[in-house]
Write a protein that binds this ligand. Sequence first.
Ligand code: AMP
Length: 288
Amino acid sequence: MKVVTHIQELTELIKQHQKKQHSIGFVPTMGFLHEGHLTLAKEARGQNDILVMSIFVNPLQFGPNEDFEAYPRDMKRDQRLAEEAGVDILFTPNVKEMYQGEPSITMTVQKRTDVLCGKKRPGHFDGVVTVLTKLFHLVAPTNVYFGLKDAQQVAVIDAMIKDFFFDLHLVSVPTVREEDGLAKSSRNVYLSETERQEAPALYRALKKGQTAVEKGERDPQRIYQLVEEELLQTSGEIDYIEIYSYPELDQLQQLSGKVIIAIAVKFSRARLIDNVIFHVPESGEKHV
Ligand code: AMP
């Protein structure tokens, strides 16, 4: 595995692989790797000639009162895990390398961001698409891998790829969970012992909502109540519970088609997000 910190070295390596017509799988991350990231890497490893992973905690996607400074980092451990996962090139630029001076152009996401985390974290997705535009140009991937744990991010990236004709294929990977259902996240280390015990309630709440829909409930308000009931059992503060079509993230009067139930809960030092995405059978359509 080559660990690369400079853009020039990265692009030289990429050019060599392009000459050999290698397909390039790319997994962008913010590091502090866990099984979620490694599952994306495993999938990418199996589907491409070479595997590039980036580790970059992107300041542009953090709000002024968010956890940019406190975001967990452990580069030594990450390098070991990346190597074990079969990464060929690990790109770990610093902030100056990625943001060289004042930008002349900024990007603003227009759709799919006025809800969920986009609403709660203004500018977050502008930061995400900015850094990904840079990374996609540098890595020139054939396939890019993102986790559905960040389902709104996948929806925004899907729109960005289509709007800007990025010549690459987006692969979305199901959420990887702990045995008790908690979605794996770099931020889980900031849960206290009690909060960690409470945290599986997020997935339980989502499954309760999904099960009710599968049993025939079609009123989003009723689903909201069921999810809320379960989340209120925790000491966390509910940031949002929302239900939309997916990936468009449009409001629904009646549940139908592909829908997402998504939640965010603030614990003392960590804000956790989770979601379920599923197809709502038309009335008369049999659920399988
Ligand atoms: P992050 O380092 O949090 O920016 O995550 C990097 C990539 O890993 C993103 O595409 C995430 O959606 C994905 N990811 C993070 N946690 C999980 C998880 N529990 N399951 C699947 N993918 C994940």
